[in-house]
Design a protein around this ligand. Structure first.
Ligand SMILES: C[S@@+](CC[C@H](N)C(=O)[O-])C[C@H]1O[C@@H](n2cnc3c(N)ncnc32)[C@H](O)[C@@H]1O
Ligand code: SF4
Length: 372
């Protein structure tokens, strides 16, 4: 059976970081009861279509879900248990901001069943944390990580590199310090600046593309040497510590997404469904108001190709056939595929098709020409 997960989107943050394009809003007066009722409503709705599936992961993402109360998290987990069968070794992740957790909060989170904490650290330089509009210092973030190590069996930290004016030497020194933290999972993102963010409006952009590519390679080399394998474009882990929930997205698993702006993908009676919720807390609180579309075989296949090429494994030919009844090549422009193979952007073999370390840097461009 396909792996099945539940994503809970918590849209609130203490303040909006100027680079952030996620659906998150700064909010002081949260109506916790109304939000809880809406989550339970969403869970009941999706259970009607997916109750026979076994939950292998739950992910509280955001926004800043470390602002949720422990009571709320426990209640959501209990509701999930009442509606689905949950695997004994279920992975329950929660994204935490260092400005909203301390030892007491982390102990309380662990008691709810959360067993994987993902801490948004972003930088080990206070001047950069300030530029990024973060509400915490390096010292506070390190304190949270050290405490979290004692409490959670699975722990990850997020960092953003290719920050304005960052040099290769500076990132190398900082990444060395990050690796000294000896974490088993790291999400290392290149800064992206989307239209609509405060950074975009102010003209604050990442380093030039060429330097960005150098920093990406440097990141790959240094993490690999430290024993962390890059299993997806931005995700690095010691074997056995990959985020199971995120793997669902990249390996064509199934999940439901509850909360505003949340997406889902699941199969019912052989039909692929894609669900989404409007990016509006106001509307979401009032009604479920979701979009539920049937994906055609071609849409599903293309999505599988785009997502799987992000991983080190790439497209697994057998798994692809089981879901689509065809080979990945059937959805690709063969001339383009051969060209990318001969230029060593893509590697094709009996197992499947994957991007080389050169190809993974330009995945979007490759996919836009590779697919019909
Ligand atoms: C939804 S946030 C969750 C963590 C939590 N809200 C926090 O910021 O501490 C997920 C991660 O995405 C990354 N991220 C957000 N905006 C980004 C951007 N514009 N460029 C690169 N990475 C970004 C950050 O590393 C962030 O920790
Ligand atoms: S980066 Fe995290 S804390 Fe900052 S606005 Fe985005 S979701 Fe909120």
């Amino acid at each position: 059976m396909n792996k099945f997960g539940i994503y809970v989107h918590w849209p609130f943050c203490k303040s909006k970081c100027p680079y952030c394009d996620f659906f998150s809003i700064p909010c002081k007066n949260i109506d916790y009861n109304a939000v809880m009722n809406a989550y339970v409503r969403d869970l009941n709705y999706y259970a009607a279509d997916t109750a026979e599936k076994k939950v292998s992961s739950i992910f509280f993402g955001g926004g800043t879900p470390s602002l949720m109360t422990e009571e709320m998290i426990s209640f959501i987990i209990e509701t999930i248990h009442s509606l689905w069968t949950v695997n004994e070794d279920v992975e329950i992740s929660l994204e935490a901001n260092p400005s909203s957790v301390n030892r007491q909060k982390m102990n309380a989170l662990r008691k709810t069943g959360v067993n994987r904490l993902s801490v948004g650290v972003q930088a080990l330089r206070n001047k950069d944390l300030e530029l990024l509009g973060r509400l915490h210092t390096v010292e506070q973030a390190l304190d949270v990580l050290n405490t979290a190590k004692e409490i959670f069996p699975f722990l990850s930290a997020d960092f953003i590199y290719a920050r304005p004016c960052q040099t290769a030497d500076e990132w190398k020194a900082e990444l060395n310090q990050i690796l000294e933290l000896d974490l088993k999972h790291l999400s290392l993102y290149q800064l992206t600046v989307e239209k609509g963010t405060l950074f975009y409006k102010k003209g604050i952009f990442p380093v030039q593309e060429e330097l960005g590519a150098d920093l990406f390679e440097l990141t790959y080399d240094m993490t690999r040497q430290a024993g962390l394998k890059r299993y997806e474009v931005s995700n690095h882990a010691v074997e056995g510590y990959q985020c199971r929930h995120n793997m669902l997205y990249w390996q064509s698993g199934e999940w439901i997404g509850i909360g505003p702006a949340a997406h889902g993908r699941f199969i019912k009676d052989g039909t692929f469904y894609a669900t989404s919720h409007e990016s509006s807390v106001y509307h979401w609180l009032k009604s479920l108001n979701n979009n539920k579309l049937v994906l055609t075989q071609k849409e599903k296949a293309e999505e599988m190709i785009i997502m799987a090429l992000r991983t080190d494994e790439g497209i697994d030919r057998n798994a692809f056939f089981q879901i689509t009844g065809k080979a990945p090549e059937d959805f690709m422009n063969m001339n383009t595929l051969q060209e990318y193979q001969s230029e060593n952007y893509l590697i094709c073999d009996g197992y499947g098709i994957r991007a080389s370390s050169k190809g993974i840097m330009i995945l979007d461009a490759l996919c836009s020409t590779l697919l019909y």
